[in-house]
Design a protein around this ligand. Structure first.
Ligand code: LRH
Length: 459
């Protein structure tokens, strides 16, 4: 007897619809539809093309054919506003838009309540930036992106917990909206629908159940980390690198706040204790400037460059917005205008490995646990140079894969809700280990050059 589920997985640079077939204890993945996610600048504001994404999602679901259920995940923090008739009020704004510049600095510390790192684009700051607009005043409901798409499929509103935990308005201690934070900030509490949990049935689309999953893509990716014990760290590697640990309880102390570590809600009441590292975004932007050359060729050139010659602090917010990434990298690294493609690529990858190192070291200190391995999941697991450099920089073996961790985590939560796979996170991870390809990278060389580079970058 086999069961098929469809995962809709939207990343900042592209989306996919993946069918997972569970049969005789095995699991096959089939990416039935891929599509680009291209933001659109209108009237000076950077938007998501949400209707285009919805159209592609429908095309993917058609290509998937009959399935037992559908689950949707996407990047975090962004939202659409509905009016009282349920119509979308304007296109969702992209978290890389400049409307939130400078907002976070003026907001009182919410860390003891939300446990969230201060990223300029957290939903709470976006809402404060939007609070004076007529759109905000006219809104009846706020839906995060996967909840918005699920609403269009089913007509049901709600706020999935893992993604709600990235808004800055969820109380990490209770797992429910922090009405007091909303009141303190003067934000409209009536916009926020009830919280739903991964595994809940949201509604139906053409007779097929739509099931809440870890709708924050990173939450789904962490479900599919193929760990066989609890002493592991992870890097969910894509446009961002989300680097951290899985914990049973949040870490809310001053040192954690100062290091800007976040306590995001995970599946099954876990805490995703992590930091956002700039990830492959700077490289993606360079590739766009270079006219999308063959990535294997670009990485091959970079691998032949000397290590750690040019490093920058990739955590610097200067790298957040789109456009002229090569220029910003050259300025930060002190490179001449003519700096060649291999030099810049190597600079980004060495710097990213260095940022992984820093986040892993900090997580270890702040949470007081020592990971024995680092699981690197997501698209970055295909990048052998990045995986090796991350092993070298952190001094930990890197277990790379699965590449489609996010879609897998989405599928596993659906399969569990349907009673097709066993209940615990450990059991789901065992299935990932048995069915997916994992590549191991051992750390090479000594720590000295990495330590020196880390000092150069951070002073
Ligand atoms: C990764 C991600 C990350 C968020 C960012 C906005 O796709 O969801 O976890 O911080 O996008």
């Amino acid at each position: 007897m086999s069961h098929r589920f469809a995962a809709v997985d939207l990343g900042a640079s592209g989306g996919r619809v993946v069918v997972g077939t569970f049969r005789d204890g095995g699991l096959d993945l089939d990416v039935v539809h891929r599509f680009p996610n291209e933001p659109v600048r209108v009237g000076g504001t950077l938007h998501w093309d949400i209707l285009g994404l919805y159209r592609e999602m429908l095309a993917g679901l058609r290509a998937a054919g009959p399935v037992d259920s559908i689950g949707i995940d996407s990047w975090a923090v962004d939202y659409g506003l509905l009016d009282a008739d349920g119509a979308l009020l304007g296109n969702p704004v992209h978290y890389r838009d400049s409307r939130t510049d400078g907002i976070a600095a003026g907001v009182p510390d919410l860390y003891p309540v939300n446990g969230l790192q201060k990223l300029p684009f957290n939903t709470v700051y976006q809402l404060l930036a939007a609070a004076g607009t007529r759109q905000y005043q006219a809104a009846a409901t706020l839906l995060l992106i996967p909840d918005l798409l699920a609403y269009w499929l089913t007509g049901e509103v709600g706020a999935e917990y893992t993604n709600a935990s990235t808004t800055g308005l969820l109380d990490v201690r209770t797992g429910n909206w922090s009405w007091s934070s909303m009141a303190d900030l003067g934000l409209r509490a009536d916009l926020f629908p009830a919280i739903r949990r991964p595994g809940d049935v949201i509604g139906h689309f053409a007779g097929t159940p739509v099931v809440a999953v870890g709708s924050h893509d990173t939450a789904s990716a962490v479900v599919a980390v193929p760990a066989d014990h609890h002493r592991f760290g992870y890097v969910s590697s894509g446009t961002w690198s989300l680097v951290g640990l899985e914990l049973a309880h949040p870490v809310l102390g001053d040192a954690s706040r100062a290091a800007n570590f976040t306590n995001e809600g995970g599946v099954d009441g876990t805490i995703r204790y992590l930091r956002n590292v700039m990830g492959l975004w700077p490289l993606q932007e360079c590739l766009r400037e270079w006219g999308s050359p063959d990535i294997a060729e670009v990485l091959g050139e970079a691998a032949r460059e000397p290590a750690l010659r040019h490093v920058v602090d990739l955590d610097d917010p200067v790298f957040l917005p789109p456009g002229d990434m090569t220029g910003r990298l050259r300025t930060a690294a002190g490179l001449p205008a003519g700096a060649a493609r291999p030099v810049l690529t190597r600079c980004v990858l060495d710097s990213l490995a260095l940022a992984h190192r820093r986040a892993v070291h900090q997580a270890r200190e702040l949470a007081g646990t020592s990971p024995e391995v680092l699981h690197l999941v997501g698209g970055g697991a295909r990048n052998a140079l990045l995986c090796q450099l991350t092993a070298d920089a952190t001094g930990l073996p890197v277990l790379a894969g699965p590449v489609e961790a996010t879609a897998l985590g989405n599928l596993l939560v659906q399969a569990r809700a349907a009673g097709v796979v066993a209940g615990s996170l450990d059991a789901m991870r065992a299935l990932v280990r048995q069915t997916q390809q994992i590549v191991r990278y051992e750390p090479r060389g000594d720590d000295g050059p990495w330590r020196a580079a880390a000092e150069r970058v951070r002073g």
